[in-house]
Design a protein around this ligand. Sequence first.
Ligand code: PRP
Ligand code: URA
Length: 265
Amino acid sequence: MHTKRWFVCTGILFGTVLCALAADEGRSAAFVPGQIVTICVNLSFEESEEPMLDYDASRLHVVDHPLVQHKLSILRDKNTSTKDFRELVTELAIFEGYEALRDLPLEDVEVETPLEVMTGKRIQGKKLAIVPVLRAGLGMVDGILKLVPTARVGHLGMYRDEETHEPVPYYCKLPEDIHERTCLIVDPMLATGGSLAAAIQFLRDAGARDIRCLTLVSCPEGIKNVLDSSPHVELYTCCVDRQLNENAYILPGLGDAGDRIFGTR
Ligand code: PRP
Ligand code: URA
């Protein structure tokens, strides 16, 4: 998004300078390309489908490995079965968790191979908590647990009011020592961002400090909401979709993630 804005601004500047130079020196050869550049960048402004939103992009990590993009396309397909949908959510959570835990601290460990003794590495005793936002977030838990089987799991129950699209909390159970743990909040969909922002606030109120959010499909409005309202969280997602529709569903999106994971519609 920032690249596009940079391109548009540079294009306008370049086109304007060419026009001005041409007008100044009476050179029609430079005037025409100058006008063309200006018109083109104006058109790209008008045709831009992404809302131009400002947020701290350094805290947004888009996990766009080719395997992730491939699996995401199957996930979006309305003909994908509940069973396949569930399996794909688990697989995508593994890819995303792998990236979100890239900075886990290591320590030396002595290992005796069949041939000699060497110094290997192991993960320091870092404590982890996975916190799914119910219901859909439950679909991502098994994937992260495959990476870190000893992680604790908290639960945050929240649903979106169909009229206001505001999150309605109904359940919260977190590990007692959440303040000592690296917390991964998982929820496949980041739409308005209301649910994730509320989930982050629950964790902060409980004392959590190291919070990372993992979503599969996000949109610019939700990303901005979360990054602006929570200056210390890191956000991981597999893609940034175009926009929200009038019912605050993500376009193109994948529909209702909870219903598709649990086969309730
Ligand atoms: C979905 C999704 C998120 C929320 C995203 O849950 O899993 O929690 O909506 O929307 P937001 O960014 O606008 O808050 P939903 O409310 O449908 O509940 P469910 O998981 O129980 O189906
Ligand atoms: N929740 C979903 O499950 N999907 C959306 O597109 C938005 C919110």
